[in-house]
Design a protein around this ligand. Structure first.
Ligand code: SF4
Length: 324
């Protein structure tokens, strides 16, 4: 069974014209989100800006739209194309166990030759291992930003960390490329080195992404730090109120040296490096991709505006994965 929901969400089924959206993201050609809304309830989620496009007035995390789409026509036209499943919200929410829209998507695309990239915080994806494995070059990533289950439970309502690792190991053993997405890195809390040591034999890629605080959840996180980690508050104020990047620069240097010591390649803003499946993972640092994200988001905002007009207000496909 997947994780328990924090609160029962408002669920409705909605009809959409198409489930695949052309994407301007550098990482994929199409973004696919079988659900609108996300019930993992991460405190640091920045996908809540999606509400601007979907007309929801409920707080982010309390609603879920289950998308129903016409069967994908000529799926073989996606042969060799990069499809990013879960570019905005998790495709393996607990409700997927009931509604099965992500599984339905995979079934409709089966045999098409599309290249899948799936982002999740759940081990429910194990259910679809055989199906995912049938796609060429499939890749599944799990966000893991702590080994401390208490902190994890404070931050998200998704699968326990060990269950994410177990899923990653199962996929890797089955020959599917896996990514450990160490995100978001909380200054002074996330032990990225320990996570890398834990993950490095069961993944092909390791991404590092810093915590960004903007919008309404900035106050939520600062209050949390004030309450639970008061000794870190000056550091957080320095980074998030005064815009001081020295912490990230120092961590970048530290992680580079650490990766070298572990025999891992370390690159910045580039996940194009391919290794044989059994080689150690490459560590990719995304600390400095804010500008890239902003410009991708601007492009996506423009695109969504036009899709909304075309599809009567419903679509998805935003850069960011909500902080996942
Ligand atoms: S960060 Fe991602 S997984 Fe968490 S609530 Fe937001 S969209 Fe969902």
């Amino acid at each position: 069974m997947p994780e328990l929901m924090r609160n029962a969400p408002i669920i409705r089924e909605i009809q959409v014209r198409s489930i695949l959206s052309k994407s301007n993201l550098p990482v994929c050609e199409y973004s696919v989100n079988p659900y609108t809304g996300c019930t993992h309830g991460c405190r640091y989620c920045y996908a809540s800006f999606m509400k601007r496009f979907t007309g929801h007035t409920e707080p982010w995390g309390t609603f879920l739209d289950v998308k129903i789409w016409p069967r994908i026509k000529n799926p073989e036209k996606y042969r060799g194309r990069e499809l990013f499943i879960g570019s905005v919200t998790d495709p393996y929410l607990p409700q997927e166990e009931v509604y099965g829209r992500t599984r339905e998507l995979l079934l409709q695309l089966k045999g098409s030759g599309a290249r899948l990239s799936i982002a999740t915080k759940s081990d429910l994806v194990l259910r679809d291992l055989d199906l995912i494995k049938s796609f060429p070059d499939a890749r599944v990533s799990w966000s893991i930003n702590t080994l401390d289950e208490g902190f994890r439970a404070d931050m998200d309502g998704a699968s326990a960390i060990e269950r994410r690792f177990a899923a990653m190991e199962a996929f890797h053993q089955a020959g599917v490329r896996t990514t450990c997405f160490i995100s978001p890195i909380f200054p002074g809390i996330t032990d990225a080195k320990a996570i890398i040591r834990r993950a490095k034999n069961s993944c092909n890629l390791i991404w590092l992404e810093n915590l960004n605080l903007r919008g309404s959840y900035k106050a939520v996180i600062m209050d949390y730090i004030r309450e639970k980690y008061p000794h870190l508050l000056p550091l957080y104020q320095e980074i998030y109120s005064r815009g001081n990047n020295r912490y990230w620069e120092a961590l970048d240097g530290e992680m580079r040296a650490f990766a070298a010591g572990e025999g891992l390649d370390y690159v910045t803003n580039d996940d194009s490096m391919q290794r044989p499946f059994d080689a150690l993972p490459v560590v990719v640092n995304y600390f400095y991709h804010e500008k890239i994200r902003k410009s991708a988001k601007r492009n996506e905002d423009l695109r969504i505006g036009s899709l909304q007009r075309k599809e009567g207000g419903e679509n998805a496909g935003i850069a960011g994965s909500g902080g996942r």
